[in-house]
Design a protein. Structure first.
Length: 659
């Protein structure tokens, strides 16, 4: 990004390093403390302007060379600067992913890393891969690489434009760049937010503004990088410089949220003005701010995986957040002083070897688990999720259990379901089936609905003329989980989605997250949680024509115990003793009591889907979420494993047969 210039190449513009310092500080503030610095993401927009300015410098230096030399010089310098550190951080991020991150983060980050190493992180497939959604979840440790992907993609555009226009006068070049920039800006304004944010063409106007500022800033003779002189009179530059700098800094660091459609163009223009007028500025050239700018590339690459680790493992520990922020700065400083300064002195041949080594390292780490251990066995007209074979052992269970937890997120996304991007739900329409049935079938709920969807599709699709999945993660569909504002909004939007689905039959599948709370009244009909659930169910009942299949509660698990099941069984621990550690029995019955009253209210329109008999063992008087060898039915994310889904198949086979 804009922080990618080498220190030496910018030795006469220390003020630009200061701008980089301010930009990276605003990004850090936004990522670590988004409520305090809600506009800090605009630091990335500043980097794009700075990057355009730098690219123009590099290209103008080689203006009198052949077109081939212009391209080779530009790419060799850019890639030498970017790739060694970039691939090194990806390698180490993957190593730490496997060592210290939760198993549930592994699968999604293997996919994210696959996109990051080919600079395609700015191409989200679903709403869950949209940048601000990924920041909220903080499970993707490569989410921040979207901006570098935009920049690398621009690298394949700007040298060609420069070669086409280089022999024209400066005024003519600026005219053509202005036309392209205006087209890009209009495309940005007219595009949906996710396109405007990620698409390289929607960002070209920012790069080209910085690109054009170089022509305005340098002499008409287009002298080499360190020889240009400013047009403007330094005595006349103080007013626009300081007004722009103060306004730009206020926008980035204020705690007042400002709409992006207004402040993004403003900050982009203000950054350009600061670049144009800030030469030798004492504030921007101070040693502390310049050094922060020097380490900004390291800091940008390192800080986000560190924050994601905090978010996933200790999100309520504010002291740890401060310590990890400090650690990010310290590690970035060490990497800058040792690795970054060292590799910039290497020859092109040595850099090529270094880049190739780290790239191969990344490929190997991404594909560490590429051997597919889940067998697909044909049984009637569906795929068996998993079957325990006669020669399998507890050691096999340990291997599969880890695999299922690592790959948990893949059970939530379905290749034959066409997703709607412009919604915060995983909302999709199933495709690729014969549609010979007569019924509209809806599967809706939270992540359990997405987890179950393929199984229900396999069993019910022959009865459907249309099948729809709607899943909102982290929120129940009858009660606003933890009374979060977002969950209230989700309930309102789910009402509309259920209405639009026009379903004959609906499977309401929800993992219960908050509706297990204490009773607020001895008379259940006056219990506040029950009342809220009843009101929500009534809304769904109006829009589902025939039947709602209502999944009931079973006890949740302590996910930390799952990796210990196999080793404990190998060490002779009895299954009942393992179950005592695994199963949480304290609150699920409150949900079942509320659900019982809801079913009475719903009458014939609702039918209970109860897993109780599948998992409760009458002999031990315990719930069993694994078999005698330790193969689990639930993953560490409290979703059903492939084995668990297969174990439930008979329930849905019977339901769908009767539709």
């Amino acid at each position: 990004m804009g922080f990618l210039s080498s220190v030496s190449s910018m030795s006469k513009r220390q003020d630009l390093q200061g701008v980089r310092g301010l930009a990276i500080l605003s990004v850090l503030g936004f990522h670590f403390y988004p409520d305090i610095f809600p506009n800090g993401y605009l630091g990335v927009d500043q980097f794009f302007v700075l990057s355009g300015f730098l690219m123009c410098m590099l290209l103008v230096r080689s203006k009198n060379s052949t077109n081939f030399d212009i391209l080779t010089t530009f790419y060799s310098r850019r890639f030498k600067r970017i790739l060694p550190l970039y691939f090194l951080i990806i390698c180490f991020a993957l190593i730490f992913l496997y060592i210290i991150f939760p198993d549930s983060a592994i699968s999604i980050n293997q996919d994210a890393a696959s996109k990051a190493i080919i600079f395609m992180s700015n191409q989200p497939k679903t709403v869950d891969e949209e940048y601000f959604k990924m920041l909220e979840l903080a499970i993707n440790i490569f989410a921040h690489t979207w901006s570098l992907s935009v920049e690398i993609q621009f690298y394949f555009i700007i040298p060609i434009l420069f070669i086409i226009f280089k022999n024209y006068s400066i005024k003519t070049q600026l005219f053509y760049y202005s036309i392209i920039g205006i087209a890009s800006f209009l495309f940005n304004v007219q595009s949906p937010p996710e396109i405007a944010f990620n698409n390289v063409f929607a960002r070209i106007w920012q790069f080209l503004l910085g690109f054009s500022i170089y022509f305005l800033d340098s002499s008409p003779t287009d002298l080499p990088l360190n020889d240009y002189t400013p047009h403007h009179n330094p005595d006349m530059s103080q007013y626009p410089k300081y007004v722009s700098l103060i306004t730009m800094t206020y926008i980035n660091f204020t705690s007042i949220f400002l709409p992006a459609f207004f402040v993004r163009p403003m900050v982009t223009i203000l950054t350009s003005i600061v670049i144009l007028y800030s030469r030798d500025d004492a504030f921007l050239s101070n040693k502390v701010l310049v050094y922060i700018g020097d380490i900004s590339f390291c800091l940008y690459l390192i800080h986000w995986p560190v924050y994601a680790y905090w978010k996933l493992t200790m999100s309520h520990n504010q002291i740890a957040l401060v310590l990890l922020l400090i650690a990010s700065v310290i590690v970035s400083t060490i990497v800058f002083e040792t690795f970054e300064k060292w590799y910039l002195k290497l020859t092109n041949a040595q850099i090529t070897i270094l880049i190739s080594s780290f790239f191969i390292c990344s490929i190997l780490l991404i594909n560490k688990d590429s051997i597919i251990i889940q067998e697909e066995l044909q049984a009637s007209n569906h795929t068996t999720y998993f079957k325990v074979l006669e020669n399998m052992t507890v050691d096999d269970a340990i291997k599969y259990n880890k695999k299922w937890s690592d790959q948990d997120s893949k059970t939530l996304f379905h290749s034959n379901c066409k997703y709607s991007f412009n919604t915060q739900f995983k909302w999709c329409n199933f495709t690729d089936y014969e549609k010979k049935g007569k019924s509209n079938i809806l599967i809706f709920g939270n992540s359990w609905a997405a987890n179950h969807a393929k199984l229900i599709f396999e069993e019910c699709s022959h009865k459907a003329k249309n099948m729809v999945l709607g899943a909102t993660f982290g929120c129940e569909v009858l009660f606003p989980t933890r009374n979060l504002t977002a969950c209230y909004q989700n309930l309102e939007q789910m009402d509309q989605h259920v209405k639009d689905a026009n379903a004959d039959y609906a499977f309401m599948i929800s993992r219960y997250l908050s509706s297990d709370g204490n009773f607020t009244n001895t008379d259940l009909k006056k219990d506040k949680i029950f009342i809220r659930m009843k009101l929500q169910l009534a809304k769904y009942m109006k829009n589902i024509k025939k039947k709602i299949f209502f999944i009931d509660a079973i006890p949740p698990i302590d996910s930390k115990v799952i990796p210990k099941i196999g080793p404990m069984l190998n060490n002779g621990t009895s299954i009942p003793d393992v179950n005592k550690l695994l199963v949480k029995m304290d609150s699920y019955e409150r949900v079942r009591k509320r659900n019982e009253k809801l079913l009475e209210f719903c009458g014939k329109k609702c039918e209970r889907v109860d897993y109780f008999s599948h998992f409760y063992n009458n002999e031990t008087k315990q719930f069993h979420y694994f078999d005698n060898l330790g193969f689990i039915y639930l993953t560490t994310v409290n979703h059903f494993s492939p084995y668990g889904l297969e174990y439930l198949r008979d329930i849905y086979s019977n339901i769908c047969h009767k539709l």
